[in-house]
Design a protein around this ligand. Structure first.
Ligand SMILES: Nc1ncnc2c1ncn2[C@@H]1O[C@H](COP(=O)(O)OP(=O)(O)O)[C@@H](O)[C@H]1O
Ligand SMILES: [Mg+2]
Length: 359
């Protein structure tokens, strides 16, 4: 964006926030999340886990029953503070875009401009709208009505409108879920580019793991109103804190294991596996489940497992395997060697480390 736009980089600190609609059940339950200035945090979780409620609390559209929220170092919500939504310097983008159907694209964007732009006069406003349409790659479409645009273009108009007042923080609530699959991937890449280009602190809500990982520098995995884990995507994928998180952020096999006698290693049907980052070895003797991602399973000539299903994707192949002890396992491998249902294979763990869970 043009250098004339001075964006104030703001951190968002959410501390112990709870939201309840009936004073009893908590839609958001004691949540703490810290969003670094200029970064993107994804809130990821199943439907009903409290993502929208948390976002609305940050925007000032819901009043938390407890906890505090600060934006750019200023407490906007807390026991002794309440800043109205319009004074929080927060922009929002919703799932359906919520454009005014009877206004042109340019008028929709202009609607987002704040009081200082409006005072600045007509040509200043037109420049600012043009700049925003250029940012979202829609220059030249200002005179069109929203209904003449594709779903992805409409979402970019909504984004331009929410960026118009130059907010310090942008909140996006499932902005791609109304788009069909192919378009969604394209639009999310475009939105990621725009958010990174302008460097606005952003909180992005989704129930889709791919989206959360691709857009978020950090991801907060939410469950039943709480943050179950907060971390970078690769941290969540490789060292989930619970089996639930492991399953929510990808496909997970849990393979039974027993301590190998060597500190930090576990013996499994896939061989010896190094375990990272937990207190597992101090609790030997209990039942241990080792997280094995499908792409960590390698297949070779042998007779330990039978292939019971084959899914060919082109970039890889997913197999379902039945082991002699009756357990099942999924594997994803390179498609060069394509195996058939009914083939028998040997299986091994191919990875540097894994994570183990002691029940
Ligand atoms: N306006 C509301 N009134 C009463 N309950 C609500 C309201 N909005 C959400 N809830 C409830 O709060 C919980 C969290 O909802 P929500 O924040 O919308 O979750 P998500 O966005 O993750 O799907 C759900 O149990 C939902 O039914
Ligand atoms: Mg929601």
């Amino acid at each position: 964006m043009s250098s004339s736009v001075q964006r104030e980089l703001a951190t968002v600190e959410v501390e112990g926030v709870s939201v309840s609609y009936d004073g009893a059940a908590r839609a958001v339950d004691d949540v703490s999340v810290s969003v670094a200035a200029g970064s993107i945090v994804s809130l990821l979780g199943p439907s009903g886990c409290g993502k929208t409620s948390l976002l609305r609390a940050i925007a000032g559209l819901e009043r938390p029953m407890g906890g505090s929220i600060s934006i750019g170092g200023r407490v906007v919500s807390g026991p002794a503070a309440w800043v109205k939504p319009e004074h929080r310097s927060v922009g929002m983008v919703f799932q359906d875009g919520a454009l005014f159907p009877h206004l042109t694209v340019a008028q929709n964007v202009e609607f987002g401009l704040n009081a200082s732009h409006i005072k600045a006069g007509r040509s200043e406003r037109a420049n600012r709208v043009g700049e925003l349409l250029e940012l979202v790659d829609l220059a030249g479409l200002g005179a069109r009505l929203p209904e003449t645009l594709s779903g992805g273009q409409q979402q970019r108009v909504a984004l331009a409108r929410s960026l118009a007042p130059n907010p310090s923080v942008l909140l996006l609530d499932e902005p791609f879920s109304a788009l069909d699959a192919g378009l969604r991937i394209h639009v999310r890449a475009e939105v990621a580019r725009i958010l990174r280009e302008i460097g606005v602190t952003s909180i992005f809500v989704t129930h889709d793991q791919d989206e959360a990982f691709v857009l978020g520098d950090q991801v907060a995995v939410m469950r039943d109103g709480r943050v179950e884990q907060f971390g970078a995507p690769d941290e969540l994928y490789r060292t989930p804190v619970s089996k639930w998180v492991a399953r929510f952020v990808g496909e997970a096999n849990f393979v039974p294991g027993r301590p190998s006698g060597e500190v930090g290693r576990v013996d499994t049907t896939l061989g010896s596996v190094a375990i990272s980052g937990n207190a597992l070895t101090e609790r030997s003797g209990e039942s241990i489940d080792v997280l094995v991602r499908p792409e960590q399973v390698t297949l070779s000539a042998g007779d330990t497992a039978e292939i019971t299903a084959v899914e060919y994707y082109g970039h890889d192949v997913r197999y379902e395997l039945l082991l002699a002890d009756g357990t099942t396992l999924s594997a994803r491998t390179h498609p060069d060697v394509l195996r058939q249902r009914g083939d028998r294979v040997a299986i091994a763990f191919d990875g540097s480390t894994s994570t183990a869970f002691v029940d």
